[in-house]
Design a protein around this ligand. Structure first.
Ligand code: 3PG
Ligand code: MG
Length: 380
């Protein structure tokens, strides 16, 4: 256990107390309907505990990025409806980001937010890397604690940094090396192997001198990838084959034509690498099977297009089937698991994308520092 924050049990008695619960109910909403309510369900253990103790629970969240303005497109109404079904009697404040004071961490906004409350609980893991008013403000004024979800996320993710069972295999995908450079470096400090797939593998392949055709490639990161390969080549594992889409082909549009072919590590001119190839998928699968700890973040290819889902599907199956302790970092990889019906096979699916990576990189988050009483605002 490496939970460096006060827990619900550390709060003074909350019977009859109005408790402000900061949750991350930033769920995908399409045409007024919630597409995936995982983040709402994930807060229920905390809500139940508070209600069982006799607290009056008022929840708050951001939803999307309305940029400090009231915009009905980002109303929390769909969340309010779902929350009322799952946890009757819990109030929900309007979108925190309707007020510029939330993202600006404005002391006046914090003062209004905490007014009338006797305690604060942060269960918004997915937003705890943001030094926003509702995350870092209330602990400066109210008895505060981490909710069950936040505490579990911290235990699992910090556990990967401190004492993973070995071999520890990390699998990273997604499109940009630049977005993930710091997490790559952090993982190379602790993992025995780092398997690289997704769009970002082409910048590494380019650094090895391979042609990448029309694939995603960050030219200004090629030298950085080259030096990572030089320093950690024994632990960085790159694809040995690639699935590529030929000239004229379009993603998500098989009718547009374009040939699909397996190539080696060199993508021909005019062709685009869109997934890891079958050989790589098998190799990554074997490494995941032999691991005792696995962390996976980011798809291996354009899995939204059924023609290019095989690599991501193979990794998802290996992650679900291995006997290793498995952790999947939020966002796209969680969506992929759900798409393949495999979310039950994983030990921990993080509710945070950016937050899980930042916690792995830094070992701390603004929201955690605030709960420990270690947060200093850099204004006022
Ligand atoms: C997320 O979905 O990543 C979190 O809710 C944080 O949202 P943000 O990236 O808009 O700050
Ligand atoms: Mg985000």
């Amino acid at each position: 256990m490496v939970t460096p924050v006060p827990l619900l049990e550390d709060l003074p008695p909350v019977a009859g107390v109005r408790v402000l619960l900061r949750a991350d109910f930033n769920v995908p909403v399409r045409d007024g309907e919630i597409v995936d309510d995982l983040r709402i369900r994930a807060a229920l253990p905390t809500i139940r505990w508070l209600l069982d103790q006799g607290a009056e629970v008022v929840a708050c969240t951001h939803l999307g990025r309305p940029k400090g303005k009231v915009d009905p497109a980002y109303s929390v109404e769909p969340v309010r409806v779902r929350l009322a079904e799952l946890a009757p009697g819990v109030e929900l404040l309007e979108n925190l980001r309707y007020d510029p004071g939330e993202e600006g961490n404005d002391p006046a906004f914090v003062a209004r937010l905490v007014d009338g409350f006797g305690a604060y609980v942060n269960d918004a893991f997915g937003a705890s890397h943001r030094a926003h008013a509702s995350i870092v403000g209330p602990p400066q004024f109210l008895p505060s604690a981490a909710g069950r979800l936040l505490a579990r996320e911290v235990d699992v993710l910090l556990g990967l940094r401190t004492d993973p069972k070995r071999p520890f295999v990390a699998v990273l995908g997604g499109s940009k090396v630049s977005d993930k450079l710091t997490v790559i470096e952090a993982l190379l400090d602790v993992a025995d192997q780092l398997l690289i797939g997704g769009g970002m593998c082409f910048t590494f392949l380019a650094a090895q001198g391979h042609g990448v055709g029309a694939s995603l490639c960050e030219r200004d990161m090629v030298d950085t990838c080259g030096s990572l390969l030089e320093r950690h080549g024994d632990r960085l594992v790159l694809p040995s084959d690639i699935t590529a889409l030929g000239p004229g082909g379009k993603l998500m549009d098989p009718a547009a034509g374009g040939e699909v072919r397996q190539v080696g590590t060199t993508v021909p001119d005019g062709w685009t690498g869109v997934d890891i190839g079958p050989g790589t998928a098998a190799d990554f699968g074997d490494r995941i099977t032999e691991a005792r700890t696995v962390f996976w973040n980011g798809p291996m290819g354009v899995f939204e297009d059924p023609r290019f889902e095989s690599g991501t599907r193979a990794v998802a199956h290996a992650v679900a089937d291995t006997r290793a302790f498995t952790v999947v970092g939020g966002g796209d990889s969680a969506a992929a698991l759900a798409q393949f019906g495999l979310d039950d096979g994983v030990d921990h699916v993080s509710t945070g994308g950016g937050a899980s990576l930042e916690l792995l990189e830094q070992g701390d988050l603004p929201g955690l520092a605030a709960l420990r009483g270690d947060w200093k605002d850099d204004h006022g």
